[in-house]
Ligand binder design. Structure first.
Ligand SMILES: Nc1ncnc2c1ncn2[C@@H]1O[C@H](COP(=O)(O)OP(=O)(O)OP(=O)(O)O)[C@@H](O)[C@H]1O
Length: 756
């Protein structure tokens, strides 16, 4: 049996993996031997920063090419080791294991072996890295030690080759050519920053970066609007890190450490992502700031310790307020920040979260004993902000009236409106009376390489059309948005029953489960062993908790199962695809009742592009109606009907079991004994009323055997290929772009129901 597993560990990026890449193509004769488990060269799997804190989950290591041999109750690991080395015995005779290889022996060529003490070196380094990480985790290490470690001397390639001969399994890694960053030159960034940007391989700044970075470096308060996926994070991230670098150069060595920036994010996932993004940028610096994220769902004590040494703080307002308001010393050091960033500001300003954001800002600006208040008590005017920080506000969407006002085109007074400029300036306490407004997409809010489509279907046909679109696009990583948590709970097993790898994400899930879902969705899909192509890309079924800011690589398709509640939600949801230089497709499933809100929504999103091109709003540029052949869709109906029945029955049974438990517990607490008949009566009383309740009750009464029969029938159906009928093509061969090319140009075509 081949052994290919992952285990927990607490180490840094594996020395082993890097060593493997450096070892080139040197090969060695090997033989298979039993190897103690701790001496196998485990390789660290890089997990994102967001897992750092997850209760005892420190990381993963993996190993390949090891056989597991079971002898009675004893399990042994057999790996290929260099020939001629004595086998390490169970009682440890002192002989060191020197490596393993999964390359066929006949391909191996001899290589010189090196002295034993040198062979131990990588292991020692790995241990050192683990210890250092652990200390950092405990918060015991001085923050300065969090900076980049001094580069270690490079490993002896021959030694590495001995230890990790499995390099033969890897393709030779060509050193990447340096990327030309000359287009960044006008921004006049420091050489260190230019190196970091080169390390990210970003050849040129995006428009929002090109415009916002110089303004921020020049000390301006900035309100930045740019389409989704256009690099807004680095538009504020680069100047912040630049400012930290400049401070490092000036600061006295023993000066007390204090944070330079605080970044507020509306969701936990986005906060972790911003933190990861900035850390990646700082990977290319010779010395890095300590970046810490403070979000709910993770231990407060630990976050307090991290805050003490933080240079850049990123957090959700609720948790940030909870943590900083309890600790005076932290609050005092945060008061001196140079930058306050509000990411996805329109959402933060609208949501209930603004209460905490406001508390934070008020606390930042509170006059300290000994400080003089600057305002003139006789004056009716707003007090001049006392602070010296810059305020940076970014989003892809801002209230239309606010945009007009910011652009100096407002035709009416906005005073009093919640989204007005006055309101924004007041709440965020900008330093400047008129912050610099940068709008890189005044015409279209949508990403440049995004194609938008619309599928009309009956209200009860959405599951069928969703399945059809996903089947037509097996290799596209898809994100399905719904307006309700219950729909996520239903659609996920519905798709899984149809053999599609659906993953759920909603705000009612525990934080750890939310992070796990995102990681699963980001993972590479399995490949077909024969063709090497991906079998079926993962599908994330989510509420709007995933709509803002998330930068998940290679999302090709966004499906709006429910029409979004607002035009802004549509923009942000659709913006999870076609990010940076990539292209993507966004498709809305629209039932008859949603026709009017959909028309309004599209008119709102595309009004400015229609106006700019001289066409009427009715032309609704950009969104095309997709006609999926109804005969094709009807071939899928039996599968969908079965999967729906299975899913709904299972959910109803689970729900029923919970309600029964609740009823029994309530009766027990009241001291009432319910016999089976009474219990049934109460149970059936619960079921009366709405048609939905009645259906649920019927579903609960379906026998286990019946459900098993449906499952069997569905399995049989899924084994068969589905013929598209008209074109005689099989489903796998069709793509949405093709569908979009062949669509009718008019908006909102009529489609008759299939009677599902
Ligand atoms: N100059 C650049 N060149 C190429 N890619 C870039 C550049 N700057 C950023 N990116 C990449 O673009 C992607 C989107 O960036 P980011 O998440 O900052 O977008 P955003 O504008 O904040 O999007 P949203 O509005 O959805 O939050 C990221 O993967 C990022 O690494």
């Amino acid at each position: 049996m081949a052994f290919d597993k992952k285990r927990k560990h607490s180490g840094e990026q594996s020395q082993a993996k890097r060593s493997q890449q450096k070892a080139g193509s040197k090969r060695q004769k090997t033989e298979k031997r039993v190897v103690p488990v701790d001496e196998l060269p485990w390789q660290t799997v890089q997990v994102p920063e967001m897992f750092d804190d997850a209760e005892g989950f420190y990381g993963l290591e993996e190993i390949h090419g090891v056989d597991v041999v079971r002898e009675g109750d004893v399990v042994k690991f057999v790996a290929a080791v260099p020939k001629g080395k004595a086998e390490k015995k169970d009682d440890d005779d002192g002989e060191e294991f020197e490596g393993f290889d999964d390359t066929p022996e006949e391909e191996s060529t001899p290589v010189e072996t090196k002295a034993k003490d040198r062979k131990k070196e990588p292991k020692a380094k790995k241990k050192e890295a683990k210890e250092s990480k652990k200390e950092a985790k405990d918060g015991k290490k001085d923050a300065k030690e969090q900076k980049k470690p001094t580069p270690q001397p490079t490993e002896d390639p021959e030694l590495v080759s001995n230890l990790f001969t499995s390099i033969d399994a890897l393709p030779d890694v060509e050193p990447e050519e340096d990327v030309d960053t000359s287009e960044w030159a006008p921004l006049e960034l420091s050489p260190d920053m230019m190196a970091a940007i080169g390390n990210l391989r970003f050849g040129k700044p995006t428009p929002i970066q090109a415009q916002a970075i110089p303004e921020i470096i020049n000390g301006r308060d900035v309100i930045g609007k740019a389409s989704t996926g256009s690099g807004k994070t680095l538009a504020f991230g680069i100047p912040i890190v630049e400012s930290w670098l400049a401070k490092q150069a000036e600061e006295e060595k023993d000066e007390k450490r204090r944070p330079v920036a605080m970044i507020l994010s509306p969701t936990r996932e986005l906060a972790h992502q911003i933190s990861d993004h900035l850390k990646k940028l700082c990977d290319g610096l010779t010395t890095s700031p300590y970046i810490c994220s403070v979000t709910g769902g993770l231990a407060i004590q630990k976050q307090l310790r991290q805050l003490e040494k933080a240079d850049i703080i990123i957090g959700t307002p609720g948790r940030l307020w909870e943590v900083i308001s309890t600790e005076n010393s932290i609050m005092n050091s945060i008061r001196a920040i140079d930058f306050l960033v509000v990411d996805e500001a329109d959402r933060l300003l609208k949501d209930g979260q603004f209460k905490e954001a406001e508390d934070i800002i008020k606390a930042l600006d509170r006059t300290q004993p000994g400080e003089e208040a600057e305002e003139d008590s006789d004056s009716d005017e707003e007090p001049t902000p006392k602070h010296n920080r810059q305020t940076l506000v970014f989003s892809a969407t801002f209230n239309k009236a606010l945009q007009q006002k910011l652009a100096g085109k407002a035709r009416y007074n906005l005073m009093g409106e919640a989204e007005s400029l006055e309101h924004l300036l007041k709440k965020l306490n900008f330093r400047e009376k008129k912050p610099k407004f940068i709008d890189t997409n005044p015409v279209s809010q949508m990403a440049e390489r995004l194609k938008e489509g619309l599928i009309h279907c009956g209200d009860l046909e959405k599951d069928l059309y969703l399945y059809a679109v996903l089947l037509l696009q097996p290799t596209r990583r898809a994100l399905v948005f719904t307006n309700a948590i219950n729909t996520v709970r239903r659609l996920t097993p519905f798709l899984q029953n149809l053999n599609l790898p659906a993953i759920a994400l909603h705000s009612d899930m525990e934080q750890k489960a939310r992070l796990r879902s995102l990681e699963k969705f980001k993972a590479d899909p399995p490949k077909n062993a024969n063709t090497g192509s991906s079998i079926q890309a993962p599908i994330l079924v989510a509420t709007d908790v995933a709509a803002r800011g998330l930068d998940i690589p290679n999302v090709d398709l966004v499906i709006h199962y429910h029409v979004p509640r607002s035009a802004d939600d549509y923009v942000h949801r659709s913006g999870r695809t076609a990010r940076a230089t990539q292209s993507g497709v966004s498709i809305m499933l629209c039932g008859p009742k949603e026709d009017i809100p959909t028309q309004r929504l599209i008119a709102k999103v595309h009004a400015s592009s229609a106006a700019a091109s001289g066409k009427s709003k009715k032309d609704l540029l950009g969104v095309q109606t997709i006609d999926i052949d109804r005969r094709l869709v009807s071939h899928l109906k039996p599968r969908v009907t079965l999967s729906k029945k299975i899913t709904e029955t299972t959910i109803a049974k689970e729900k029923g079991a919970k309600e029964d438990d609740w009823l029994k517990n309530a009766a027990e607490e009241l001291g009432i004994e319910l016999d089976e008949d009474e219990f049934e009566k109460v149970g059936s009383w619960k079921g009366k009323g709405s048609g939905k309740k009645q259906k649920e009750r019927e579903a609960r009464e379906v026998g286990k055997q019946e459900v098993q029969k449906w499952r069997w029938e569905l399995r049989e159906l899924l084994k068969k290929r589905v013929n598209t009928g008209v074109s005689e093509k099989y489903l796998n061969g069709v793509d949405v772009e093709g569908l979009l090319r062949g669509v009718r140009s008019e908006f909102l075509g009529q489609v008759e129901g299939l009677g599902l």
